[in-house]
Design a protein around this ligand. Sequence first.
Ligand SMILES: [Zn+2]
Length: 324
Amino acid sequence: MPLVNTKEMFEKAYKGGYAIGAFNCNNMEIVQAITEAAKECNSPVILQVSAGARKYAKPIYLKKMVEAAVEDTGLPIVLHLDHGADFEICKDCIDGGFTSVMIDCSSKPFEENIEITRKVVEYAHAHVPYVTVEAELGTLAGIEDDVKVEHGAESYTRPEQVEEFVKRTGVDSLAIAIGTSHGAYKFKPEQCTRDPKTGKLLPPPLRFDILEEVSRRLPGFPIVLHGSSSVNQEYVDIINAHGGKLVDAVGVPEEQLRQAARLSVCKINIDSDLRLAMTAGIRQHFEEHPEHFDPRQYVGDGRAYVKELVKHKIKEVLGSNDRL
Ligand SMILES: [Zn+2]
């Protein structure tokens, strides 16, 4: 099966009350970990690359690695551009064989966001085969590669804008801001409450009222959540027990993401959790085997940790297992 776009995948996910995991990748081990996990779970999957990943690995390597994963697993896989900043990078990816792109003009004024998004949609939909387009309304706090928004400067999606935006742009899916955030430090301690027993931070709940209002206005339309790592404590603990120093890292609770996946959310983006799992595997390996110096040994452990994490996400958070 060749690479696919998101159209049919999202239609099935919407009807089935689950979401597709969109996992960021930038090297071979991460691509293998994600796609082998998806294969074992009989799950469709989205591999997404950011501008930072393209800079790090070169677009041609990413493309060929993802093609190798398609051939190796036989799964329906989407190759998606995460946070395309302008028309040019989207065009470059479409021309280069991506099956889906995100144009992110969410920090620009509404009319400008519409104008640039529509231009990308026209180009993507005219492509053979059809390339799907994701856009964004509202802005998330946090840091993701080149995208940085200070805490306090984020803004929730305004539901009264979504119908006009989707109608005028022709976009295939829409990322909305309901309180998720990029990075491993999603919320400042003062935004959270602290569990008196464990001392751990408890993040503010997602704004399900906004999600429900958006869904009411856009029946059947696929919604996307960015910044949806949960910063699972077990990985933070492994990292910190083996020389790391992640203090007050906090993510979005998995049960809230599962709830969103049952509603209109068809794509959930996960990046930081993969980084944490990879780092936990490598740090643990080094401490247990200080004499090792073959990268296959420690990166291999990192890959195994990422694979376990992705299987957990597919089964317990996304609900996309056995949906082929
Ligand atoms: Zn994002």
